[in-house]
Design a protein around this ligand. Structure first.
Ligand code: GLN
Length: 485
């Protein structure tokens, strides 16, 4: 099998047994990238030179090192809202088009300690606001399964790199679905950890009470491997928790006999696409056949999730994005008369339409008089949504839902209607509001396009969702199919 088709776990053992050199692996993935990237446009910045130089150094180190770390010499792409020292980090925004950070995000630091090699920075919706990468200030990434369709968003570039075999793994970020939805659309695995499981230090903040970094991979086992490296308390992020990190690989290959699965009726509404419903429910039957018990549950406040999310996320965004004023970071307008006009012109020219919309909505709902009516009320509903899940987890161990209401949509199909775009997150946002871990795994194809199944777990129980997703993957076998780019 070609090297670029191999998983992280397989590549890791090839390097550690010294069968293949890091430079051979990196070269194979660069060649693959050169063949497909022109069509897909997943990268904002490609770092081939840095990667080859690092790989050659590692070829020598492999010979002398006593213990070879897990990701030694393995190429991984990083979403372009995660800080990389000395490598441009743009958030796909004009505002940060030429911004070069002076420090690494904690997750990047940990990948480095494990020997990874950066392949580049992947495209996203500007500041991670969107569901299709069409909000990137630079270009739209294309879905490797159908170039006329979106890869999802906001981590569309990260999902497309993995799906097309340009890398075995990438990092994304997820505020309301941005890891899971693109993973579903691109037929790969995306894991959003529990809030507090992975350090956010160095992730450019969108909505700080919702944001989490997580892996996008071809296999569930690889997601577990990545989690082993990035999870855990970090003193530089006070919201990261000191909950012990298990070896996530122990949860791969487990039996699910006796596991209790909840099927929330609100996530399978009457008008859900019938093929999506059938594919999902057939998979649930298979899991039942393996000894899991399945019961219908109710998460009654789900119906408020989109509205709640689109009050809380823009509120936090309007505050977080106040720092981009032309003084300390990034873009500054050229012609201005005084400091006020400098701020105004910089922000007008530097931000795109969707980012401005969020800042305006956020500022509005936080302003005096509206704060109680919108922001405070949304916070209360957020608690109700959390309580729904906690009540459900008294009865079941994991919850299964579709990741998205349908497969990848066409480029341009929803971009002129923000509400339609927001609705594509209907099955993912409540999980962020409730701080829970969730994974999307491919479970079938609808008319040749991947369908994602979402497994949601109790807080800090990434292990159980990995076990279930692993079974889904072994049954569906979608990971063996490489889209024809
Ligand atoms: N699509 C959602 C939004 O636009 C979620 C984005 C994300 O998770 N970063 O807010």
């Amino acid at each position: 099998m070609e090297l670029w088709k191999r998983s992280l776990v397989e590549l890791s053992s090839l390097v550690r047994s010294k069968e293949v050199k890091p430079s051979e692996i990196v070269q194979a993935f660069i060649e693959r990238k050169n063949n497909v990237e022109k069509k897909i446009k997943a990268y904002v910045t490609v770092t081939d030179e840095i990667a080859m130089e690092e790989a050659k150094k590692k070829d020598d180190d492999v010979v002398t090192l006593q213990t070879i770390p897990t990701l030694f010499g393995l190429p991984i792409a990083i979403k372009d809202n995660i800080s990389t020292k000395g490598i441009r980090t743009t958030c796909s925004s004009k505002m940060l088009e030429n911004f070069v950070p002076v420090f690494d995000a904690t997750v990047v630091e940990r990948l480095k300690e494990s020997g990874y090699i950066i392949t580049g920075k992947t495209n996203l919706d500007e500041f991670a606001m969107g569901s299709s990468t069409e909000n990137s200030a630079f270009f739209t990434t294309r879905n490797p399964w159908d170039l006329e369709r979106v890869p999802g968003g906001s981590s569309g570039g990260s999902a497309a790199t993995v799906a097309s075999g340009m890398v075995p793994a990438s990092l994304g970020s997820d505020t309301g679905g941005s890891i899971r939805q693109p993973a579903a659309f691109c037929g790969v695995v995306g894991l959003k950890p529990t809030y507090g499981r992975v350090s956010r230090y160095g992730l450019v903040a969108f909505a700080s009470s919702l944001d989490q970094i997580g892996p996008i991979t071809r296999t569930v086992e690889d997601a577990a491997l990545m989690m082993n490296i990035i999870a855990g308390r970090d003193h530089r992020d006070s919201t990261s928790k000191a909950v012990p990190v298990p070896n996530y690989l122990d949860f791969v290959g487990r039996e699910i006999n006796g596991l209790k699965i909840g099927i929330p009726k609100e996530f399978f509404p009457e008008d859900l696409d019938s093929q999506i419903r059938d594919i999902l429910l057939q998979m649930v039957k298979r899991l039942e056949g393996e000894g899991a018990t399945v019961e219908e549950i109710s998460l009654p406040n789900t119906k408020y999730a989109i509205e709640t999310y689109y009050i809380i996320a823009p509120s936090e965004a309007s505050s977080n994005l106040a720092r981009f004023d032309g003084v300390r970071y990034g873009y500054r307008a050229k012609d201005y008369t005084d400091i006020d006009s400098m701020y105004a012109k910089t922000r007008d020219e530097g931000f795109g339409t969707e980012v401005k919309r969020r800042i305006m909505v956020g500022t509005y709902v936080l302003s005096s008089g509206y704060y109680d009516a919108y922001y405070l009320k949304a916070q209360k509903v957020r608690t109700l949504i959390y309580q729904d899940f906690m009540r459900a987890f008294e009865k079941v161990d994991v919850i299964i839902t579709p990741t998205t209401p349908d497969v990848a949509f066409k480029i341009g199909e929803k971009s002129s209607d923000p509400i339609q775009m927001y609705l594509s997150d209907i099955f993912t946002v409540s999980i962020n509001l409730a701080t829970l871990p969730a994974i999307s795994v491919p479970c079938g194809l609808k008319e040749g396009l991947p369908v994602g199944l979402q497994v949601i777990g109790r807080p800090f129980d990434e292990g159980s969702i990995i076990s279930v997703a692993d079974r889904v993957e072994k049954i569906s076998q979608i990971y063996r199919i490489f889209p024809n780019v």
